[in-house]
Design a binder for this molecule. Structure first.
Ligand code: COS
Length: 382
């Protein structure tokens, strides 16, 4: 549902102020503590951020994709760890329930996800199944009125805070590919689930990822999401949407870095004048501006197409691919413009450089996006 222009402007302004006044001053502390403080999480709850994409009937804001993207353009302007707090409830953790849940499943889970009372987490990746998601080995075998789950999931965002998992598991081991996979809602307190220690990562400290191990975890069959064998398609549809959300985060990060670069180029003096006077610095600023503008336009276009009912698998892959690679280039130029000051921790530029690196990997690597785009071209162009 699209917001009225005035309501949209108010929401964007509120998120912008929250990011600039509350999150930006805490960036270094969040990275050091590897934790987003409870006060910020509480404020996100009161702003309704956990429920951005959840239908109003279940307590969410039910934003259109375009409005969600506009919010992400603001959330992207600070450490991605802040967005990660709400990211799985807004995107990959909840959207399987929104798109494929029965009325009873929606009633049971969506209000709690929208309020942030329960954190959702998306359990697809495994030690041996990353880009090749259809090769996943975790099994969910029907036993009477239950399913029994065994296997290990890896790099699962927010697993250590999760109240529920959207789990992708093989319900038919006789089918090794996509068609043997089903999706499930799994309450995190189900006996037989254990959570690994948060991984030590290159960046995005404050956003945590862990292993999730299922050992004879038994759950009632009514928690299956969609039909048996439809899990892979559910995961792909969830990721189509998630990729637009991540692309918008990349644009937000690039716009923040560009602002930092412009103000540094104005104040830093070398050879008797501000470095912004030098054409080689200007070229880097111009390249970053051009690329971030192109990515912003792409993300908004794809979001609008999705809102008008189009399937945007290809556009979402283009946007995620271009925006994440663009953010990497913009961060690299930012380190170059700041020079030594960009390499030391004080200005936070090196932290952004590390933080944006994962955007080219999670929710589908750049190479997977290329593959998705090329497959669509080869199937559709006449
Ligand atoms: N929407 C709906 N259905 C889709 C789809 C989409 N975006 N993409 C694929 N499908 C369907 C296909 O149509 C096919 O259905 P049929 O068998 O009925 O024709 C089925 O799903 C299998 O698709 P495909 O044959 O393309 O599967 P592949 O194993 O070749 O894998 C890729 C496709 C590589 C695109 C997929 O594995 C992928 O996206 N990998 C990356 C996973 C990822 O992003 N991981 C990040 C972890 S989550 S943070």
């Amino acid at each position: 549902m699209s917001l009225e222009p005035e309501t949209r402007a108010q929401l964007i302004e509120t998120v912008r102020r929250f990011v600039r006044e509350k999150c930006v001053p805490l960036e270094a502390k969040v990275a050091e503590d590897d934790l987003v403080p409870d006060s910020i999480v509480a404020e996100m709850r009161s702003l309704g951020l956990f429920g951005l994409s959840i239908p109003q009937a279940y307590g969410g804001l039910e934003l259109s994709m375009e409005d969600e993207v506009l919010v992400c353009l603001e959330l992207g302007q600070t450490s991605p760890a802040f967005r990660s707090v709400i990211g799985t409830n807004v995107g990959i953790g909840s959207q399987g329930v929104v798109m494929f849940g029965t009325e009873a499943q929606k009633q049971a889970w969506l209000p709690k996800l929208a309020s942030g009372e329960v954190i959702a987490s998306f359990a697809l990746t495994e030690p041996e199944a990353g880009s090749d998601a259809a090769s996943l080995r975790t099994t969910a075998i029907r036993d009477g009125s239950d399913y029994v789950v065994n296997g290990t999931k890896r790099f699962i965002t927010n697993a250590n805070r999760a109240g529920m998992f959207t789990l992708l598991a093989r319900s038919d081991p006789s089918k090794p590919g996509a068609s043997g996979i089903s999706a499930f809602i799994v309450p995190a307190r189900t006996p037989g689930i254990s959570i690994g220690k948060p991984e030590k990562k290159m960046g995005q400290q404050g956003a945590q990822i862990c292993d999730v191990v299922f050992q004879d975890a038994r759950m009632p069959a009514h928690l299956r999401l969609g039909a048996e064998g439809d899990g892979f398609k559910l995961a792909m549809k969830v990721l189509d949407r998630g990729r637009l959300h991540i692309a918008a985060m990349c644009v937000g990060a690039a716009e923040r870095l560009l602002r930092e670069c412009v103000s540094y180029a104005r104040e830093r003096r070398q050879f008797g004048r501000p470095i912004g006077d030098f054409q080689l610095i200007q070229a880097m600023l111009a390249d970053s501006r051009t690329e971030s503008y192109a990515a912003r336009t792409m993300v908004l276009d794809a979001a609008r197409k999705r809102d008008s009912g189009e399937t945007v698998t290809e556009e979402a892959a283009c946007a995620k691919y271009f925006a994440s690679e663009m953010a990497g280039r913009v961060a690299d130029r930012a380190v170059q413009i700041f020079g030594g000051a960009g390499y030391v921790a004080d200005h936070g530029i090196e932290r952004f450089y590390r933080d944006v690196r994962i955007f080219r990997i999670y929710e589908g690597t750049s190479q997977i996006q290329q593959l998705v785009i090329a497959r669509h071209l080869l199937q559709s162009v006449e």
